[in-house]
Design a protein around this ligand. Structure first.
Ligand code: NAP
Length: 341
């Protein structure tokens, strides 16, 4: 069903959706969320590992789900999976910062060549909307993971020109550390705590990170699907945490052992830098980085969004940085969140 006003497809109409990396932290939460409503009549899971997929099949009992084993590096397989798909959420990625430093070509193949394949097969199959997930590490990247995600962001934004007057729209959602996602600090510290180890390893006592829960990430991505022209990098307004406060929230009696920053890590993260400020719009709950390039077939100034909300340009000296954030979570707030997991 088309919403004639903006020629955008409403998320409320029955659609088919494919999620690359659907067996990961984001993917599982996203699927759980969308299956609670009738908005999708087909939900395709696309990832490599058969065990994770068979575990999902046991967990979800829903006829709308389809399981595709495949690798985003493999264009032909993606192209097959995308037949008849209206919306793609591209969540598949390699994302461990140190591992990327040691295995550079592997992360390039998945995060960059994979992105290119998602773009090409989406265009080939006339997919209507594509949202690619990105990370704060892509802003002024200090590590290869962030650099590959920056390249991926640029590929998705530029793809709107390749689409030309076709209906296919590409946007990016960029956010910070997802609390308690696979391989993140909360599961690590909880394991250390259960093992009764003497101390928590802390890279640097000053370290801060942006913080978003999976539920918030899923909701934000869903909102962006309904609110995109194509070409935006959407960034939610989210709080920061001090890494030492996460340790205190898990066990305030345990010592902290300073182990030093890992290969490629930053002390603080930024969502966008001063260099980006000139093209950044602030909305009530989020920012939008507008494209550096012109879209010849469907020009937009992005100042008002499809929902009719108006954005204003941020100050030229503004940098959205995890250490200078207005909102930090307290130890108690972190503790309350951990208790709900
Ligand atoms: N977690 C965070 O803190 C965070 C923060 C900001 C942004 N993000 C971004 O959010 C997205 C999702 O993250 P996540 O936390 O859900 O990651 P995750 O839990 O590590 O899941 C990654 C998913 O991608 C799949 N995958 C990996 N390589 C693949 C390939 N070559 N082809 C197909 N599937 C592949 C994995 O399954 P198989 O191994 O079975 O293929 C898995 O389903 C990523 O793009 C990440 O960069 C994450």
């Amino acid at each position: 069903m088309l919403n004639n006003k903006n020629n955008h497809i409403s998320i409320m109409a029955k659609q088919s959706i494919l999620i690359t990396g659907a067996t990961g932290s984001f993917g599982v939460k996203f699927i759980k969320n969308i299956l609670t409503s009738e908005e999708y009549n087909k939900v395709v899971i696309f990832s490599r590992d058969e065990l994770k997929q068979s575990e999902l099949q046991t967990y979800f009992n829903d006829e709308r789900l389809r399981y595709f084993l495949g690798d985003v590096r493999d264009y032909d397989r993606l192209n097959e999976a995308l037949k008849g798909i209206d919306i793609v959420i591209h969540a598949a990625a390699l994302k461990q910062v140190p591992s990327a430093e040691y295995n550079p070509m592997e992360i390039v193949k998945t995060n960059i060549h994979g992105a290119e394949n998602v773009i090409k097969s989406s265009l080939n199959n006339n997919v209507k909307k594509i949202i690619a997930l990105s990370t704060d590490k892509a802003a002024n990247p200090a590590n290869l993971y962030g650099a590959t995600k920056l390249v991926s962001d640029k590929l998705f934004i530029a793809a709107n020109n390749i689409a030309g007057s076709r209906e296919t729209l590409f946007s990016v959602v960029r956010y910070g550390n997802v609390a308690a996602s696979r391989g993140s600090i909360i599961p690590l510290f909880k394991k250390i705590n259960e093992k009764n180890d003497e101390s928590f390893p802390i890279t640097d006592e000053r370290m801060t990170r942006f913080w978003i829960t999976l539920d918030q990430g899923v909701k934000f991505v869903k909102d962006c699907i309904n609110n995109m022209y194509g070409g935006e990098i959407f960034i939610p307004k989210i709080p920061s945490v001090r890494i030492v406060d996460i340790a205190k929230a898990i066990n305030s009696n345990k010592k902290l052992k300073i182990v030093g920053i890992r290969p490629g890590e930053k002390l603080h993260e930024i969502m966008f830098s001063i260099d980006d400020a000139i093209r950044t719009l602030e909305f009530k709950n989020h920012y939008v980085l507008i494209p550096t390039i012109k879209f010849y077939e469907r020009p937009h100034d992005f100042i008002s969004n499809p929902k009719g909300e108006k954005g204003i340009f941020v100050d030229n000296n503004f940098e959205y940085s995890s250490d200078k954030n207005d909102v930090f979570l307290s130890v108690d707030e972190i503790k309350n969140f951990i208790d709900t997991i």
